[in-house]
Design a protein around this ligand. Structure first.
Ligand code: ADP
Length: 442
């Protein structure tokens, strides 16, 4: 029991004792005890009423009271002061948040769990033509009326942003869940960025195309001179011819990269015959290697009977990616080393990869291998006819096919480059115009 409660009980007992004594003097004990109790209840009710009045406006200091009521007022006043301090802090955080999001150049919209607008900043007002009075409470997909956006919203997978075209502008929208089921939508205009990117791609592509003609002419002259020249001149001419071939390879790969970057999405209705593709690449690399390495093909659980799902996309691009991986394995594996082209089937995943017993790569280089012109050993790459663009092309092709490249390597022991594709199950047994289940097409 609290001290104030103990004091209050002592006070009440003293008061009742006084009333008892007075009652005994006047020979009316019960009457005086009842009067005493009535006075106490009236006093308590009076204080309770004051308390209710004060609670309706607790800003001013609590009134002067005695007994247990003083303690009640004190405790309530402390709670009120703490709450008002916390409220002030929260209000200032909120106003700072609002000020900063108002100043943000990105459109920001707060959505509730139903996708209804709760708040937006001036940039969002401008971009989506929102009006505070009528649009608060509206579902966002009623205002951004685009099927692509609606399906993005319904899928509820906000790992990647979505790009929309709104009033001839490219808008990149990303959604982040926060709090208890709320969402923060932020959008930015990427029209200018896209334009710069397009200009960069066009520049590389045009420059590469322009360089092709003079190189062909130079190559022709060098060939002509080689026929006429004596042995002393032949060697430098050979070196010039090698450099021209190298430049041609770089140009071709730059053009290929630019094409991959600007090409429209791959046709995901076009089925790739996995086994035929892998065997095709394998045969090509055997011819290219001409017996320098021990190259084997391993179809791990990959047979026409086991493959019940299909790989869709651009056959030429996937073939090029696999060829690049195999060419690298040949380049970076010493003569007679072992190279394995494997095809591995998991539930709805297909891994096609290349394992070699070559020079390997130290772990610090692995994250950067798919950057353009990144080479672990530039001299060695050049010597082997590398351009530093092969893995960048592989990465682009895989991205276009929603596939992932995994690299495992131990320096001095060898490497594994594995491409993981997601297979698509075809439910129907009917043969459609452009979709053929792989187990029947083989
Ligand atoms: P490059 O034309 O130089 O081979 P890539 O983009 O294909 O360019 O590869 C980038 C770098 O990754 C190479 O220069 C090489 O250092 C390293 N690399 C690629 N594949 C292998 C491999 N199988 N074994 C060892 N190193 C490799």
């Amino acid at each position: 029991m609290t001290q104030s409660m103990q004091r209050e009980i002592v006070l009440l007992l003293t008061w009742m004792f006084i009333m008892l004594v007075v009652g005994l003097i006047f020979d009316a004990t019960l009457v005086f005890l009842l009067i005493g109790l009535g006075c106490y209840v009236t006093w308590s009710l009076y204080n309770l009423n004051r308390l209710i009045r004060w609670l309706s406006k607790p800003t001013k200091q609590p009134p002067e009271v005695t007994g247990i009521w003083d303690d009640v007022y004190y405790q309530l006043y402390q709670i009120y002061k703490r709450q008002s301090k916390a409220r002030k802090k929260l209000t200032s955080i909120l106003s700072r948040f609002k000020k900063s999001t108002r100043a943000l150049p990105y459109a920001t919209v707060v959505l509730n769990e139903l996708g209804e607008i709760e708040w937006f900043n001036p940039a969002a007002k401008l971009l989506f033509q929102l009006h505070s009075k009528i649009d608060i409470g509206q579902r966002i997909d009623n205002l951004i009326r685009q099927p692509k956006f609606s399906s993005y919203l319904n899928k509820k997978n906000f790992d990647e942003p979505v790009e929309l075209e709104i009033q001839h502008k490219k808008i990149l929208i990303s959604i982040t869940p926060f709090g208890g089921g709320q969402f923060l939508l932020s959008a930015r205009d990427t029209t200018a960025l896209n334009k710069i990117d397009e200009m960069r791609r066009n520049f590389i592509s045009n420059a590469s195309h322009e360089l092709r003609t003079p190189l062909t002419v130079m190559s022709g002259y060098v060939e002509f001179l080689e026929h006429k020249a004596d042995d002393k001149i032949k060697e430098p001419l050979d070196r010039i011819q090698n450099q021209i071939t190298r430049m041609n390879t770089i140009i071709q790969e730059l053009i290929e990269l630019a094409r991959l970057e600007s090409a429209s999405e791959v046709d995901h209705t076009n089925e790739i015959n996995i086994i035929e593709l892998v065997e095709d690449v394998y045969n090509e690399i055997l011819t290219f290697d001409n017996g320098t390495h021990d190259i084997i093909l391993e179809m791990r659980a990959c047979t026409p009977e086991t493959i019940k799902a299909s790989l869709f996309g651009n056959r030429k691009e996937v073939r090029m990616a696999l060829s690049n991986l195999l060419t690298n394995a040949i380049r970076y594996t010493p003569e007679n080393g072992k190279i394995t082209l494997f095809c591995e089937l998991h539930d709805n995943h297909l891994s096609i990869g290349v394992e070699d017993s070559g020079i390997g790569i130290s772990y610090e280089h692995i994250p950067r291998l798919t950057e353009r012109f990144y080479r672990v050993d530039e001299g060695r790459s050049r010597e082997q006819g590398g351009t530093g663009l092969g893995l960048a092309i592989v990465k682009h092709v895989l991205d276009r096919h929603n596939a992932t490249l995994y690299i495992q390597s131990v320096f001095g022991r060898g490497s594994i480059f594995r491409c993981d594709f997601t297979l698509v199950h075809i439910e129907t047994n009917e043969k459609t115009d452009n979709i053929t289940p792989i187990d029947r097409s083989l």
